[in-house]
Design a protein around this ligand. Sequence first.
Ligand code: TRP
Ligand code: MN
Length: 454
Amino acid sequence: MSTSRAAWSPTSWRALPAGQQPSWPDEGALESALKQIGSYPPLVFAGEARSLQTALGHVAAGNAFLLQAGDCAESFEEFSADNIREKLRVILQMAVVLTYSMGVPVVKVGRMAGQFAKPRSSPTEKIGDLELPSFRGHIVNNELPTAAARVPDPDRLVQAYHQSASTLNLLRAFTKGGFAALDRVHAWNQEFLASSSEGQRYMQVADEIERAVQFMRACGMDTESNPNLREVDVYTSHEALILGYEEALTRRDSLTGNWYDCSAHMLWIGERTRELDGAHVEFLRGVGNPIGCKIGPSTSADDAISLCEALNPSRIPGRLTLISRMGADQVESKLRPLLRAVTDSGHPVVWACDPMHGNTYTAPSGRKTRHFDAITNEIEGFVRAHRTEGTWPGGIHVELTGENVTECLGGADALSDADLDHRYETVCDPRLNGRQGLELAFRTAELVRSSPAN
Ligand code: TRP
Ligand code: MN
């Protein structure tokens, strides 16, 4: 482990080993793409990242809850207003359910507007008889099973920037322009949802919220123009995997003089690239954004504390979110020692549960999937671990889409292996559909509510 760290700069990561970087065939083309992105405007402002950090500070203190949700991998092909709106709609529904039933503010962060890059377990994969470079997300290559499609193309970095800008633009329009206003809470229920049991349950919550808003209006409050009721902050986040891209969007904030990675409000480090002496930890330790780090079952208590020291040496609440992805069977036993050790070290962290990535398996049909029961079981074990250790189960981090896809098994619809072929559309991991997402919000709220914070 490194003890003293040299001075940080946006390029200091380049001196260290960087895992999961594509081998770009043409260095010159890569450099010119990054130079171009470096000349483009930032996607987010430093002040917004600071607001998110403040909000996450409340989560760290046990007074708010984090909902981080969106695609496993955004797609260049599935890029439309409908797609973005439907995803936002489910996130808003989940947020409303969590806020209403838990009675604490919910910090909303999308895996959106930049979540393109994927780490892979192997640099190549076998498709039939073909050995091909792995698909690394649309920011790098294409998932089609041909050698040509898998060649990393730097133009994709530029395209990812533009798609992120458009997505963020629409998100800002929807969240500030009236779509997210609380008096529209009924309108977020999609048709396919309305008939389902979760949809009905959601309608009850919506009715109660409507009555509450009516009550406030009757009391003389201006509910129509009050931004607290009309607007919502939905922040953006993605895994900061392709470091050249992140470096190109890293800018010095004119107000504070600090560096911010302006590709998104929040960035995280994946389980596969969290080496203390690696380039990803080096890069993210120097930017002012709130950051996350995924931690899997092999994480030791020492690892967790060292990550806290490296990524949040000043111990700023909200700066660091540890996102555990242990698997339903192991979450309680693996997480508890980490909760204890980090708490004893005095490091303030947001503890979030990623109940997706430790519960992925290949179904008999050959499809990669996850079972809804395993996902809720991991959240249950996560909450139980926190209850035992006296810490706050700060949030969930999930992969979902607003569309009615059939990628994860189970849920109220009891999707089975045979259903997977109907609408299996993800370019990477299996996502919860709108119904399953909403159901998960109800279950999570019940679990956390029945588990008072110490
Ligand atoms: N602004 C509040 C919040 O973000 C209330 C709110 C408005 C809200 N629209 C929302 C909450 C949509 C959840 C979803 O919490
Ligand atoms: Mn994933």
